[in-house]
Design a protein around this ligand. Structure first.
Ligand code: SF4
Length: 217
């Protein structure tokens, strides 16, 4: 059996692999930032409003909503809690009955890291329900719009590759390179990354680092 990661670890890994290192290899205390707490409140408010809407935004005629659905996919090695799962009550022509929805409060639209997180939830939902998930949704709160995200083979491969990299890093206790040092400024882990030095200009992303990023993904 694979070691279990949380779906949110994928998002953190995309932000910076060290975040995952500081969760599983050398755990350090993490406190929710004010931004995270604000996002949680917005989610709750959004869910209260969402309950009153129909299913047309998701291209469905009817269904039922299930909030904060826990998933535990042992074969994949992923666990988490899905913001919203719509149960269409019956499978469509492609065999899909369940539709995962992730809600994001963002002004930057559908970003790749959101898609990775959603794809990971979709794959975990497939494993626990034994039914295919070809389509999922990102609900962008400021836009009040549900974006259809096809769960492509490319996205699935990407998730599996990331999980392999995360497992390798944890099992071999590899201290990874930062994804981009420009991100360190807003990172709550900054006090633990002792090799970073503001005065040395270490926060600037070098062409070599940028290339490693591209090679990695
Ligand atoms: S401070 Fe920088 S290197 Fe350290 S975890 Fe955060 S983003 Fe990564």
């Amino acid at each position: 059996m694979f070691m279990m990661f949380r779906v949110s670890d994928i998002k953190q890994f995309v932000f910076c692999p060290r975040y995952v290192y500081f969760t599983y290899v050398q755990p350090v205390p993490k406190a929710p930032t004010p931004t995270m707490e604000h996002a949680r409140t917005l989610h709750d408010e959004h869910n209260a409003r969402e309950k009153r809407r129909g299913f047309a935004a998701y291209g469905l005629v009817e269904g039922s909503r299930h909030y904060h659905v826990p998933v535990y996919a042992e074969k994949l090695g992923l666990r988490g809690k899905i913001d919203l799962v719509i149960d269409a009550e019956a499978p469509n022509a492609n065999g899909q009955r369940y539709y995962p929805v992730e809600c994001k409060d963002t002004a930057s639209g559908v970003r790749n890291n959101f898609k990775y997180q959603l794809a990971a939830y979709a794959m975990a939902l497939e494993e626990v329900t034994g039914t295919p998930v070809h389509k999922a949704f990102l609900y962008i709160i400021p836009e009040k719009r549900a974006h259809n995200v096809p769960i492509t083979e490319g996205l699935r491969t990407h998730i599996r590759r990331m999980l392999t990299m995360m497992r390798t890093m944890v099992e071999r206790e590899i201290f990874p390179e930062p994804r981009s040092r420009a991100r360190c400024f807003s990172c709550e882990m900054r006090r633990y990354c002792n090799d970073l030095d503001d005065a040395s200009g270490a926060f600037e992303e070098s062409p070599a680092q940028a290339k490693r990023l591209v090679d990695c993904f």
